[in-house]
Design a protein around this ligand. Sequence first.
Ligand code: SMO
Length: 761
Amino acid sequence: MEKFGKSQSFKRSEDVRFLTGHGRYVDDIAPDGALHAILLRSPVAHATITTLDVSEAREAPGVHLVLTVDDLLAAGMDVRMDGAVLTNRDGSKAADPERPMLARGKLRHVGEPVALVVAETIDQARDAAELIELDYDELPAHVELAPGGETIHPEAPDNRAFDWGMGDEAATAAAFEAAARTVRLEVGDNRVIVNAMEGRGCYAEWDGARIHVAFNGQGVWDMKSELAHAMGLDEGAVRITNPDVGGGFGMKAASYPEYFCVAQAARVLGRPVRWMSERTEGMLSDHAGRDLVTMAELAFDADNRITGYRIHTICNLGAYNSGFGQPIQTQLFSKVLTGTYDIPAACMRVEGIYTNTTQVDAYRGAGRPEAIYVLERVMDRAARELGLDPSELRRINFIKDFPYTTPTGETYDVGDFPRVLDHAIADADVAGFAARRAESEAQGKLRGLGLCFYIESILGDPAEDVKVAFTEDGGATIYVGTQSNGQGHETVFAKFLSDQTGIPFEKIGFVQGDSDLIARGGGTGGSRSVTTQANVTLACVNQMVEGFSTFLAEEMGVDAGAVAFDDERFRAEGSNLTPTMLEVADMARAKGREDLLTWAARDRIEARSYPNGAHFAEVEIDRETGVAEVVKYTVVDDFGNLINPMLAEGQVHGGVAQGLGQALCERVVFDEDGQLLSATFMDYAMPRADDVPFIRFDVEPVPSTGNPMGMKGCGEAGTVGALAAVSNAVQDALWPLGVKQVDMPFTPMRLWNLMQGAPMA
Ligand code: SMO
């Protein structure tokens, strides 16, 4: 590895645009004259449709079109939404019921799309939607996170979508038989509504031959193939774009029914059609996160070494299989099941349950935060029961020899967990905690300290693409296959190219999110973008250097091997020409060498990378009010080599804030009829600025050996660490009162009740 990204912290160039209101979000760029679409959504959680009559709505003023599922079917569309399906423990296939783009005979959750109304104005569309006659026979709603209840899909009579497992059950059972001590803890992981700052939206236009759908997603390529399939078009007749996106967090990774319906409306009408979600609509129809409960058990030998770990999880899928719904708490969870510990035997069993609620899918970390949350909660409990300091128990059990293959088949390449933990213990001033606790107590407050030591698993899939084109105006444009959702890709990837090639940053243009301009790409997700995009960009730069060197050698009349590039200039022994890359591109253009002006590469990173780190949270709980405040927060991460430390720190801040939200205040409440009671920001508490403490952040890098730059993903890690750190701190604060069961969110009422000796409610 000759070149490494030299970047230091470098401010985001896109922020000027964003902060001055010049972002180009999907709702800003819908074509003039686009018609407006509104969804009629199910008002009930479970029912059989008896009448769906849209005739009056079709005649309403300004209305151009009303689509029901029958209209989509009559147009020859495949109305079945894609969703990954698992194989059960017994080898059978998990339930795979149809999720139709618009309700087909039954209603299965409040907010399920039933009909699309397209009108000249949004108010006309709304008024017309009121004229749709939707009658139904209500059925009992199944909202409990348990099998049984009224059947939602005939394919899953007891509402159990799958019963999935991994690991060696017999070996784990044997470890428990032989254990000196065992520890059990039931851990709930509350549902959250993602609430990206920008709601979901799209517009579509049809020119008679091709469909263009712009939507605010995490990548364009899955949508391109799914839309081509659904509409019966060649992929060449589909263009998908993602403009600026105001937060995705996994929630925007999957495709949604609205995009297909709006595309079909544009095709039928031959006019552009736009749709933008409202906040409550999003709370009812955006895929939610988490929503699982796990029984976790650890077996220890007499030396406090873990000999076995097993979990049994029940997870909520909502009403249908959504894009990644089934793999989240199963396959993705399994990637870090045993965390940073050397555990010889482990196994997991996960049952997925359908309920009459909105689908649950990927949310920042997608399975890994859930896995680490469970493990770090039960590790904390074990430390209490074994009478050990939480850091000490972890240190005893850390994996020390690498590469290390876990019981679920992951091979960690490198790591130095004791070094990361030591750094965090120092930064968090753990030694001073007892004095701080005494100070809090003097003010009538309980204080707790919580540790989470997390590990992440970052995939190199799918292959990533890049294109670099030298432009007539003497600059270059980089086309990337990843997709910024606000993380700063525009700055990072242009700066990386600049550092590798010497092309001035301000002469580099940036293009993302257009399926017509880049061959393929993986979008954003799984903390993959920087590692995969930088990796392929480096491969592309290497090709450019080689191609330009050969060209220059011919021009200079020297051997090809005599030309060298030092990241700024080409030099050759025996020539005083020292052109920059832009100058060589100009020379090539002057010679008519168009072949040297556009470069493209695709590369896949074979290995995963394993970012890890320690989070220490300190929480104060007011005994009078039950209010919990995170008063001190420390993070030390091993992200390997960083391209832009400031942006990585920003990702950690955001991730921690998102974790604090789930831990402290976010609570989704469905009533027994499946009505969402927390469907506005009056009822659903997002974290606010004063909920987020100053976060001390530092790194302790151990470069990954799995990719040429030694990088490890950093986008989701903050969330992964925050949940258990805060929860363990709350548990630590309440333990002296005899409280032994605490689950997020730690709302004032819940904590106040616990302090009065009431059971968890
Ligand atoms: S939850 Mo993320 O987009 O992997």
